[in-house]
Every structure is written in C-alpha cells, then in structure tokens.
Ligand binder design. Structure first.
Ligand code: NAD
Length: 349
C-alpha cells in the first residue's frame, strides 16, 4: 500500500494511521487541506475489504470536504476519518474512546463529525476524550431548542434552494408549481426535501428500498410511489438522488429523461466522464458537493456559534453559488463539475 503515489493522493497535508491493540481500533485520518481552517469531516465506520480500500476512501473523501467547505465559504479545511470495522457488530464506547484519543493527538487540526456508521452517540463517546468533535450535542441543545443537532434538515433546505435555482436556469420557471420531481430515497434528507417541494406546489414521485418510507410520502405528501428500478426512466422535470452514490452511470444514463439533476447524495457521478455525457445531452447537473453543503454549514455554525437564522441565510447562499456555476458552464461550454472545481480552487486562493 502506497500513500504518496496513490492515485487518490492529492497533496494531502497529513495522513495518520492508528492501531489500538487493546480495543482493536484500526483507523485512518486524512487532512487534505487546512488552508482555510481546521479540517472538518465525518468519521465513517465501514467493513472495508482491505486497508487499501479504506485509504482510497479517506483520501478521496477528505479532498471532497476541502472543496465542499471552500465552495460554501466556510472557515474550514477538508479532512475525513475512517474506522475499518462493521458498525453493527464492532461499534463500542471503548473503540470510540480510542478514536477520540486519536483525533485529540492531532491537536485540533482535524475535527470529527458523524458520517455513515456513526452518529450522535458515537460523537458523545468521542467527546469524552477530545473537544475536537462536532455533532455530539443532543437535538434540543442548540439555539434554545430552535435548531436540532441533526444537519439533515439544513442539507434538505440547501438542496431545495439549489433545485429551485436549477429549474429556473434550465427550464426558465420562476416557481415550482406543477414541476415534476422524482426523488430517489426518502430518508432523512429526501423526506424533508419532499415536504418542502410539496409545499412549493411540486408533483412528487418517490422510491425507496424501505417500503414504509415510500408509504409515508404517499400518505402525507400525496406522492406517487415508484419501484426503485423505475425511478430513472420517469418523464419528469427533475431527478433528485437522495440515497447512495455512483447512481449516475452508463446504465442509469440510458434510462434518465429528466433535464435537471439536483439531489443530496454524495459522489453521484460513477466516473468523471459522466458529467460531460450529461452536458452533451442538455441535462443540467447540480454538482453534489455544491448543492448538499447545507449539512456542513450547519455543523460549522454548531462549532463557531450562530443562530438558526444565520444558518438558514448561509445555506441560502447555495442558490447564488449554483447560479454562478450554471452561468459560467454555459458561457465556457464546459461541465458544471469543472466550473465548481475551479470556483472552489479560486475560493481556496
Ligand atoms: P438516509 O439513510 O436517512 O436516507 C437514505 C434513504 O435512501 C433511506 O431511506 C434508504 O432506504 C434509501 N435507499 C437506499 N438505497 C436505495 C435505493 N437503491 N433506491 C431507493 N432508495 C434507497 O440518509 P440521508 O442522511 O437522508 O442522506 C441521503 C444522501 O445524502 C446520502 O448519500 C448522504 O451521503 C447524502 N448527504 C447527507 C447529508 C445529511 O446531512 N444527512 C449531507 C450531505 C450529503
């Protein structure tokens, strides 16, 4: 396993490995950049098949956090941590305490937060060993109870703002009344997005592998239920991926008909060339890390202090950022992802 010559190595500032024999912790922290501030990014726990898969993930994800925070104009750098292990079978307080010690050993250059396989309970265990942790507060603790410790509502609000901007740009429609939206995954973010879209007058089609989530959206939001495999081929205005990554690939592209793609999922493009394929067919893609930044904005304000109104107004800046990306992509004849990357690098200075 190489680090400096790894294909995902991108001049990362620091990559630290930790093995705690007593509790079995095997973890990696990658700090991609601390140029704009301490590197904040989630702690993912996943049963990686081998060390190399874990390294690839942490290198790639930490770089993504640098770009996401820079584009969202946050005083944060980009970092990420991974624990090699099955969260259902191996998660324990002892493991999280050892992880807390590992985070603390970096002296605040990296701040951890929840990600797939970890949540508020794990952050609270980590907080017993380090103060460099976000997302450890109980829901009612923030802003006199008006804000929750769960960043999903902020993520959903940002996606709603960004989706509206994309519809305005691509379809020339100033409001969402009657706009047809297909949402893949109605979990924390997808459901909240569906609620906001419904309030704005959009028509909804939803899919989820968890049937009860679909039925809830049908009953409460008058959504149309769709089988998971049928979500791509619908004749709708917007496809909103809010489940898992890599769903924009050669197979889904064949089926996709929506002229706008705007959703919360991370790493939606299976490969970089898909962005160009979407552009070539006139499909406007809202780059995932630009449109789903509401959560990191929320977590940032939890750290630096700020009211719900301040969080909301910062999340709303996702709209003008996307407008600039869309306009520059049109003017320069290139993909929205290329422009987003460039804009992030400009903001990184
Ligand atoms: P979640 O687990 O609450 O919801 C995901 C939903 O997708 C679940 O209901 C799940 O059953 C469903 N799903 C899984 N596979 C599916 C499939 N093949 N077809 C249809 N539905 C499927 O997760 P979440 O917090 O809502 O996050 C959704 C996405 O947004 C993830 O990709 C996440 O990385 C990304 N994201 C979330 C946040 C946040 O604040 N929660 C922030 C940034 C990005």
């Amino acid at each position: 396993m190489s680090v400096f010559t790894h294909p995902e190595f991108d001049d990362h500032e620091q990559v630290a490995f930790c093995h705690d024999r007593a509790c079995g912790l095997k973890a990696i922290i990658a700090i991609h950049s601390s140029r704009l501030g301490p590197a904040l990014g989630g702690l993912r726990m996943y049963p990686y098949a081998n060390d190399d898969d874990a390294l690839r993930d942490v290198l790639r994800l930490s770089r993504g956090m640098t770009y996401k925070s820079a584009l969202a104009e946050l005083p944060l750098g980009g970092g990420k941590a991974v624990i090699i292990g099955d969260p259902h079978a191996e998660r324990s307080d002892a493991l999280m305490h050892a992880m807390g010690d590992f985070v603390d050993s970096l002296g605040g250059r990296y701040i951890t937060a929840p990600d797939s396989g970890t949540g508020v309970a794990e952050m609270q265990a980590i907080a017993q060993r380090t103060r460099h942790v976000a997302g450890a507060l109980p829901r009612e603790a923030l802003d006199g109870g008006t804000r929750s410790g769960d960043p999903s509502p902020s993520t959903a609000y940002g996606v709603f703002i960004g989706l509206r901007e994309a519809v305005r740009h691509r379809l020339g429609r100033g409001d969402l009344t009657g706009v047809r939206v297909a949402i893949q995954g109605v979990g924390h973010v997808g459901y909240s997005l569906a609620q906001q879209l419904r309030e704005a007058g959009a028509q909804l089609w939803v899919s989820d592998v968890h049937d009860a989530s679909v039925q809830r959206a049908v009953a409460e939001l008058d959504a149309n239920a769709v089988r998971p495999q049928d979500i791509y081929g619908l004749d709708v205005d917007v496809f909103a991926p809010c489940a898992m990554g890599a769903i924009l690939n050669r197979d889904s592209l064949e089926a996709l008909r929506a002229p706008v793609i705007a959703g919360a999922a991370n790493n939606q493009l299976a490969t970089a060339d898909i962005a160009e394929a979407l552009r070539a067919r006139g499909c406007l893609y809202a780059p995932d890390y630009a449109i789903n930044a509401g959560g990191i904005i929320d977590v940032c304000y939890e750290r630096i202090g700020g009211s719900a109104a301040q969080v909301r107004s910062h999340v709303e800046r996702i709209g003008p950022t996307l407008r600039e990306i869309f306009q520059r992509a049109d003017a320069e004849g290139c993909t929205t992802t290329a422009v987003a990357d460039r804009l992030a690098r400009e903001r990184l200075g």
